[in-house]
Design a protein around this ligand. Structure first.
Ligand SMILES: [Zn+2]
Length: 110
């Protein structure tokens, strides 16, 4: 990977981190606990609890991705980014551009 490509990946990762942080920072009223005395029949209370579960699951996935991206950023800074964690060969740039937090090359990921 050449320095320009590395810089490109760096900005993709930072952009994605900003997106996720903005997503996690938004105060979504749907993610608030559902009060038991909410005067909206049983069915809609169930709906709103399910919606809440979905948002919580999504937030969990985003936090995981955020951790992976932050560790990718650390590897870029340390100069160890872009090598497969398993076979140690360089990961194809196209793969890293699509999945910047990839730690395995395409053959090892299969
Ligand atoms: Zn590999």
């Amino acid at each position: 990977m050449n320095p320009a490509q590395l810089a490109k990946i760096h900005s993709i990762v930072e952009e994605r981190i900003n997106e996720i942080e903005a997503f996690l920072a938004q105060d979504d009223p749907e993610s608030k606990p559902v009060a038991p005395d909410v005067a909206i029949g049983r069915l809609s209370r169930l709906d709103s609890m399910q919606a809440q579960q979905m948002i919580l699951a999504q937030q969990r996935r985003q936090r995981e991705e955020l951790e992976h991206l932050q560790s990718a950023l650390e590897r870029i800074d340390k100069g160890t980014y872009g090598n497969c964690a398993y076979c140690l060969s360089p990961i194809a740039y196209e793969r890293l551009e699509a999945i910047p937090d990839a730690v395995l090359c395409i053959s090892c990921a299969r």
